[in-house]
Design a protein around this ligand. Structure first.
Ligand code: GCB
Length: 604
């Protein structure tokens, strides 16, 4: 069974290809099974052989067939053996000096042993491949996918050989105008098989998906739905032993069943008490288990409520990057590093910038009691006129929500960052909200805007963007003291932006090179002193934003970005981190920490 997850093969690798290929989507919904770590699986991580294919010749040469000479006349101008070796998961950029800036195709390949089991199905599952890929098993193309931050699976039951199998993955990270993100973005364009690769074994009819969360409006009603892989009518069971729930449901002709249960004495998940319950979903032939938390998140006027209590979101952002390693984060240990440093700052929320991050991070945040804002990389420069790009964005959003909809830590789905109002933009983002809400109405939908301006007549900060009325929570990125000089003293700043809705300042900050001291009034000093004063000033301004429901400084760590050219202050790093690339806290970190501790202890 071959699936074309996004597109027919042809358009995927043409450098500036448009999206004609989008029409051939043949995708089962959902496109991959939920909770892969709760399944019977083998990791195909480790060292893979690699070929750098700068001119995209490997496809023509069919190098995925992995041929070796069989006669005296034969020869092949490639071999996967004896060349470059790359770690999977991992980005290629950090694994070889010549690949640091590489944007193009790299072929990954390896052998693995498999044993087809009668009555069982097997799937290859990729946590993420950045940015587009085609997968070949034993010499044949079996799947393709576009989008660097969400998973996909392909069934290989009938294709696996008993014993040795050969898999090749053609990975390409070239930036194109129709891609998401598009041609330029302020982070490193890491390429590669950047997350876990798994061979998953399931029964013939397996539990493909389930969605088990607390009802949006009730503190004691759990809504559950289960989807089997086949269009069969079967009994499935949902158990939450600690809540004394054991409920049998019968799936309909589409393999689906749903129910609501009223529960007693539920301890709702919150940042202060991240309680999770063991949940078991079983069918005649399958059983999946995991921990799920239950909480309400809603909006009341200008407040964000968690379990009915107004909660100020003390947030921070980070990229999926380990600065000290200069590469993508991918493991549980990486998640521990990033989230412990976030927690140390005093946060109750993390904005995962600017794309869905790996499942280890999401699951660990949930255990730690950290609310998450997760978003898709609709980041400036997106072609809102392109129907293909829109379909791609809808699919990315679907994949993100599908993977993480059972993680109660996720409180916010972000649909866009810094977009300019236009009819095309509005239609595009409206389609995203519709797509998201067709799967999940329990989260708050948010987008970050950057077009807040200072109105000289009213002397207020204002914003004109009608799309804000479609969102539950509005967020603003505003770099007062960095990209925007102060038009007045921060004590006099008055904000009149979506006054009837919760407003999150989703980015603010400025650059500082760790260890550099300088004049706190001179931006170009790139000093910790300037950054610290900028933080003091912004915090002062926050006290004058009546509908402020949260803040999220930009950003926890310095991060790599190829358009940060300053030769001594930046050297390809965005230096807005509160923590340096070497892991040292800058002066501004302490200011933000004090601010958060004060809010935590005394309220806002
Ligand atoms: C922004 C973007 C963020 C950038 C940041 C900056 O507004 O949302 O991705 O990295 O500004 O440092 O300029």
């Amino acid at each position: 069974m071959k699936i074309s997850i996004l597109a027919s093969a042809i358009a995927l690798f043409l450098p500036l290809a448009a999206n004609a290929a989008e029409v051939s989507v043949q995708q089962e919904t959902p496109a991959f099974m939920t909770n892969v770590y709760g399944r019977d699986y083998t990791l195909l991580n480790g060292k893979w052989n690699a070929i750098v294919d700068l001119y995209d010749q490997g496809l023509k040469m069919k190098i995925y067939e992995n041929r070796t000479p069989q006669s005296k006349e034969e020869f092949y101008e490639y071999s996967f053996e004896g060349g470059l070796r790359l770690n999977v998961p991992g980005d290629w950029n950090s694994q070889a000096p010549e690949l640091k800036y590489y944007e193009g195709t790299v072929w990954y390949a390896r052998h693995f042993d498999a044993s087809p089991v009668p009555g069982k199905r097997q799937f290859l599952y990729f946590g993420a491949v950045s940015y587009r890929c085609r997968v070949y098993l034993n010499g044949e193309e079996i799947a393709s996918h576009e989008g660097g931050f969400t998973p996909f699976q392909v069934e290989v039951t009938d294709r696996l050989k008993d014993g040795d199998n050969f898999i090749a993955v053609e990975v390409n990270n070239r930036r194109t105008p129709d891609a998401i993100p598009a041609l330029a973005f302020d982070w490193w364009n890491y390429g590669g098989i950047t997350r876990d690769v798994m061979l998953i074994t399931t029964p013939e009819v397996y539990i493909k998906d389930y969605f088990i969360q607390l009802d949006k409006n009730s503190p004691d009603v759990i809504n559950a739905s289960v989807t089997l892989s086949g269009t069969v009518s079967e009994t499935v069971k949902i158990e939450i032993p600690e809540l004394k729930i054991s409920q049998e449901l019968v799936t309909d002709g589409n393999g689906r069943a749903s129910a609501s249960f009223k529960v007693k004495k539920l301890r709702r998940w919150s940042p202060d008490d991240p309680k999770l319950y063991d949940v078991i979903v079983s069918s005649a032939s399958d059983r999946v288990e995991e921990s799920i938390g239950f909480r309400n998140i809603s909006v009341d006027g200008t407040k964000i409520l968690i379990n009915g209590r107004p909660t100020f979101m003390r947030s921070i952002s980070f990229h999926e990057e380990i600065p000290q390693r200069r590469g993508r984060a991918f493991s549980e240990a990486d998640a521990v590093m990033l989230l412990s440093e976030a927690r140390a700052l005093g946060v109750n929320m993390v904005r995962l910038a600017h794309y869905p991050q790996n499942e280890y991070t999401v699951r660990l945040a949930e255990k730690m009691g950290i609310v998450l804002w997760q978003e898709i990389p609709i980041w400036q420069g997106i072609d809102f006129e392109d129907a293909g790009t829109q379909a791609k964005a809808q699919r990315m959003l679907t994949e993100m929500i599908t993977r993480d909809k059972n993680r109660c830590a996720v409180g916010f789905w972000g649909v866009a960052n810094e977009t300019k109002p236009s009819d095309a933009r509005n239609a595009f983002l409206t389609s995203l909200l519709e797509t998201g809400k067709s799967i999940d109405t329990t989260r708050l939908y948010v987008a970050a805007f950057d077009l807040v301006f200072f109105n000289d007549k009213t002397r207020h900060f204002e914003m004109n963007d009608g799309f804000t009325s479609s969102l539950d929570v509005v967020a603003v990125n505003k770099y007062m003291g960095w990209y925007h000089p102060w038009p007045l003293d921060p004590t006099e700043a008055v904000w009149d932006v979506v006054p009837d809705k919760p407003l999150i300042i989703s980015e603010f900050g400025g650059e500082a090179l760790y260890g550099q001291s300088g004049d706190e009034t001179v931006a170009s000093s790139w000093s910790e002193d300037y950054q610290a004063k900028l933080y003091r000033d912004n915090i002062e301004m926050f006290r004058h934003i009546p509908n402020l429901a949260g803040v999220s400084p930009w950003i926890l760590f310095d991060f790599r970005s190829p358009y940060r050219f300053h030769p001594t202050n930046q050297e390809d790093w965005n230096r807005k981190g509160l923590v340096s690339d070497q892991g040292y806290r800058k002066k501004a970190w302490y200011i933000m920490h004090d601010y958060y501790m004060d809010i935590k202890n005394n309220g806002r």
